[in-house]
Design a protein around this ligand. Sequence first.
Ligand SMILES: C[S@@+](CC[C@H](N)C(=O)[O-])C[C@H]1O[C@@H](n2cnc3c(N)ncnc32)[C@H](O)[C@@H]1O
Length: 412
Amino acid sequence: MKAHIGTHEHLTHRGNLSHTRYGWLRLTPAYSIHLVADLLHSGAASHRVVLDPFCGTGTTALVCAEQGVHCDTTDINPFLVWFSQVKTATYRASDIMSFSEAARSVYATIFELDAPQWTPAIHQIEKWWSVPKLAALSRMMQRIHELEAQTPERSVNLLKVAFCRVMIEHANVSFGHQSMSFKRASSTPMFDLLLRDEDWVAESWTRAVNTISVSALSAIMTEPRMLICDARRLTSMLSLEGYTQVITSPPYPNRMSYIRELRPYMYWLGYLSDAREAGEMDWQAIGGTWGIATSKVNKWTPELPIDIPLDSFPQLLDQISERSPLLARYVHKYFYDMVQHLSELFPLVQAGGSIHYIVGNSKFYDVVLPVERIFAAMFEVAGFEQSQITIIRKRTSKRELYEYVVSAKRPS
Ligand SMILES: C[S@@+](CC[C@H](N)C(=O)[O-])C[C@H]1O[C@@H](n2cnc3c(N)ncnc32)[C@H](O)[C@@H]1O
């Protein structure tokens, strides 16, 4: 069966880029709008209320917003909650006019070489941007801060999204692999070398502002609700039995750190101010192992007697532990956290409601972790029934790695 499964690019975030606001920022963890739309339509058509407890870039929320379906979304990362809110908001023509007017003022500052500037405290910032580009970006951000007092919040938010597009376009990083890495010097396009840095930044700014001005006017039928919330504490903020469907993609147990990936955005927009804070935030996230989070995972032991419902789980942990005790702890903690998340989720779902988790399996050394089977079993332990696993696509990274939808129902 696996032999017929292709990588299906349209079922990844790449398939989203040309749709309305989906391509505003290219943040790696997003999943496919087609998949979300299909799952949405698999549920009952009336009185739908959707929850996405790991909203990331707000894909579920935007699909729901465009289709007039009520949706609540939560994430532990405040930058992603802000961005999802901005991406799913309604913008009137007057918001776009004040955005365009403010954008002209930001444009002017690119060439005002002695204008005040604001530079974030990113470690080794000189590796990220050339000196003139960094100075131009710093002047732009300073101007955005100055404009905040006199510009409607929705328009300022759009300025910040446009800024993020330009900032990342000029960063010396590439996205070829699963995570972001610094580019080699030779990979700078020839066109880039022929332009003055300020001209190049200005051209990107104009392009970003034009794209956003058009796509921000796309129709939003129902604005979703976004909350900063730890998925292990959902009942403290959300209503019991409030949701007919859960459509989400949790972090995968693959050591990807969202804070590491998102740090340029988070530093520039003021969501991070130093490396310690970054490591602390990663530690709070499920599956985080970046910076000081790594040493915390290394010392972690379970506080509660939680069993992971797969008979071979202890053996799999032992096999991983032979090569890396740290990774074994990491895997154990990931599922321990997920069991807690699912026990918080269960009371929020209406009787007969369905849950859909898009997950990827992982491989540590030669040990393949059947993540999809563990999720299906964890659903049953939490009280859901009829759990079902469907393969969506093969992932490009390593052999044996697939993406799945794992679904289940709350008993009627
Ligand atoms: C795979 S991404 C979600 C991607 C999303 N479906 C999209 O299309 O952009 C997983 C998300 O889980 C969030 N997350 C990690 N730990 C969390 C926790 N304890 N509570 C809530 N969200 C968490 C991360 O911040 C990240 O945004």
